[in-house]
Design a protein around this ligand. Sequence first.
Ligand SMILES: Cc1cc2nc3c(=O)[nH]c(=O)nc-3n(C[C@H](O)[C@H](O)[C@H](O)COP(=O)(O)OP(=O)(O)OC[C@H]3O[C@@H](n4cnc5c(N)ncnc54)[C@H](O)[C@@H]3O)c2cc1C
Length: 473
Amino acid sequence: MIEDRHKSALLEMLGDKGVIADGSDMAGYQTGARYDAGTAALILRPRTTAEVSQAVAYCVRNELPIVPQSGNTGLVSGSTPDLSGTQVVLSLDRMAERFDLDLDNRSLHLDAGFRLSDVNSRLEKHGLFFPIDLGADPRIGGMLATNTGGSRFLKYGDVRRNTLGIKVVLADEAGSILDLTSELRKNNTGIDWKQVFIGTSGAFGIITECVLNIEPLPKQVATAYLVPASGAHVMPLLRAMEDRLGAYLSAFEGISKNSVSAALDHVPSLKNPFQGGNVPDYVILAEISRTWAPREGEQSLDAVLETVLAEIWETDEAPLADAFVGPAHEMWSLRHALSEGVKHSGKLIAFDLSFRRGDIMAFCDRMKADMPQAFPEVTICDFGHIGDGGVHFNLVVPKDSASASDPDFERRLRDWVFAIAIKDFNGSFSAEHAIGRKNQAYYDLYTQQKIKDLAQGLKAITSPGDLGTVRFG
Ligand SMILES: Cc1cc2nc3c(=O)[nH]c(=O)nc-3n(C[C@H](O)[C@H](O)[C@H](O)COP(=O)(O)OP(=O)(O)OC[C@H]3O[C@@H](n4cnc5c(N)ncnc54)[C@H](O)[C@@H]3O)c2cc1C
């Protein structure tokens, strides 16, 4: 679907390793983590910002649409080509050379193609890490483009909060390079331009380098599965822990029984942490951490957690019904297996919602009450980052049901859930996965016209070329 002259020109520019044109080698770049299977015209794999710039300039001048791709773990159909066979995927998977650590500044200047796991294993020997934690292994550029949240948002915030600077290639005829790689934490000299490119799915430019804030690795961690006395007690429990633990509290993840059961069914090696194997209706995975090693005479972190839970237990109308403590890696293995478990329990229709924290459980209760009448075949398998208001609201229909293969069913279900989440609860239809083809229609429906106009103006002056899968205008 792409003219030979374009292939030849791009091959000459990027070399043999820089271009993939054969079907079977292209497969991994055309298939997404969960939903997508498209067809690319070509895969480009530049190694440097200068090569990205040249390739982008060529594509823009020749009207070849570009889809930026990093780890390809995104969940909203943003990183893969459509079925037209005309889009060029520009992958950052070879851009992983520069890795400049500044210990005094506690920052890391690196190429955007590094995997998160690679970054953290290099930082580990310095007792540091990039504090965004999730169950996938994305590349840094993709994390910036989606503004990843993750399980420890409560303590460390999202990618936006941990990015000091970026370098971007704009999709214009020159492939202009915008150098915003400031290493400063405080800089009030005008518009903070990097924010235009963070969390906007590559529509305004391709991020090729980043300067990240990094954090000391925790040296002590204590975790527990907590059973709230009821759904209404989840927020009082969170507030009681925040009051007593302050910055020690690093995760407060809510998990429904259906999600835990799906993970335990799908991954038999997982340990069931609950007494007698009886999974409670709803549990909280709570983690507390601190960055120094145990000191003599100081209460261990496990003991701190036990003391705090005992205090909460003894309060009037105690929000806590039960607690299960255990090794952190076992507790987190179960948490990180939830996505895969739910995915295997039927046809998954997933929502990445967020609410004011106090509304999360009310929304889930409303869904539990109304779903059986509105969509009787659907099972709710929700879990989420309750400490920051995020809910992975997963709906599963039996694989062999007619609804599982009916696109109209999925559309009606999505319309219904989003309408309640957004209109009745003032929630967001994309908490941390950003925008892609999967949720473009809801951006179009729920975004103010003035904001769309502003985005369109910004697009015209940054990257007028056909870049990314999202249309913000
Ligand atoms: C099992 C599982 C668990 C997950 N858990 C979480 C979670 O807890 N929290 C969370 O936030 N996300 C989660 N995700 C979603 C996903 O991992 C994140 O959105 C991730 O940050 C995407 O990064 P990536 O490198 O894979 O980007 P990709 O998927 O390759 O790309 C994502 C988007 O960014 C654009 N893009 C990619 N690279 C660039 C670049 N260099 N410049 C400009 N645009 C670019 C793409 O065009 C696309 O629109 C999960 C995914 C899976 C599969």
